[in-house]
Ligand binder design. Structure first.
Ligand code: NAP
Length: 234
């Protein structure tokens, strides 16, 4: 479970643990948040460990998965949630902001997925859930890098899913709308009026969708994108 020190990732970690999954709580720099996530899981009777690692670094995914296997055993569920934004108009985006958004949101998703598929195929069970966004399928001025990364996450998820579908492994994307987290602090509140549900979402509402896709109940759902957005993408 990448990027679980706060926000949507922390909520997903808690929801998966509540369903009985042992959870590896990955974080980049938010050690206090990751520790708090682990403590919340443990005090609710679950099992979790915190594992540091910047997933945008191409060398990290293999090391990270090695640590997860060592501490928790074989991987059955991978949630690629770590993500960031570095907004700017396309005409003035820096190469650096383009690359770090693509490396984190897309590159890490691809590398981690690639690294878990063999063992999932061997086990004839696996769940990969990639956190995309409503931005990507739809435009948002100032977020060309973010939109490109998230649209690509959806395309990657679908294509990888059809490659492994007959092996008991499902791969899906979850596309949140406007969810209240640190990432969306400072986003103009008038956006709420464009959401059919007339409110922003809570991280737990995204987490419930992810927990469902990770469960046995979602065994025939693959290569799809589940929007958790109060109707924003309609
Ligand atoms: P957030 O509050 O900013 O949390 C981001 C999390 O990702 C943090 O735990 C952060 O860890 C981690 N992270 C960032 N870069 C990382 C890296 N290189 N390696 C490992 N961990 C990294 O964001 P959020 O709103 O919960 O968003 C979670 C996901 O949902 C993202 O993929 C985001 O694009 C997507 N999303 C969010 C919304 C929304 O409205 N909030 C909407 C659509 C999609 P550290 O604290 O250690 O840096």
């Amino acid at each position: 479970m990448t990027g679980a020190s706060r926000g949507i990732g922390a909520a997903i970690a808690l929801a998966l643990a509540a369903d009985g999954w042992p959870v590896a709580v990955n974080y980049r720099s938010g050690v206090d948040g990751a520790t708090a996530t682990v403590e919340a899981i443990v005090s609710a009777g679950g099992h979790a460990v915190a594992i540091q690692g910047d997933v945008s670094d191409p060398a990290v995914p293999d090391r990270l998965l090695g640590a997860v296997r060592e501490q928790l055993g074989p991987l059955a569920v991978l949630v690629n949630n770590a993500g960031l934004r570095a907004d700017g108009l396309a005409l003035s985006l820096s190469d650096e902001d383009w690359q770090r958004v693509l490396d984190t949101n897309l590159g890490a998703t691809y590398r981690l997925t690639r690294a878990v598929l063999r063992e999932m195929i061997r086990a004839r069970f696996g769940r990969v859930i990639n956190i995309a966004s409503v931005i990507g399928p739809r435009a948002n001025a100032g977020q060309a890098n973010y939109a490109a990364s998230k649209a690509a996450v959806i395309a990657f998820s679908k294509t990888a899913a059809v490659e492994v579908a007959r092996r008991g492994v499902t791969i899906n994307a979850v596309a949140p709308g406007l969810i209240e987290t640190e990432m969306t602090e400072g986003i103009p509140s008038d956006l709420g009026e464009r959401i059919p549900a007339r409110r922003t979402g809570r991280p737990e509402e995204v987490a419930d969708a992810v927990a469902f896709l990770a469960s046995e109940r979602a065994s025939y759902i693959t290569a799809t994108t589940l929007y958790v957005d109060g109707g924003l993408s309609a």
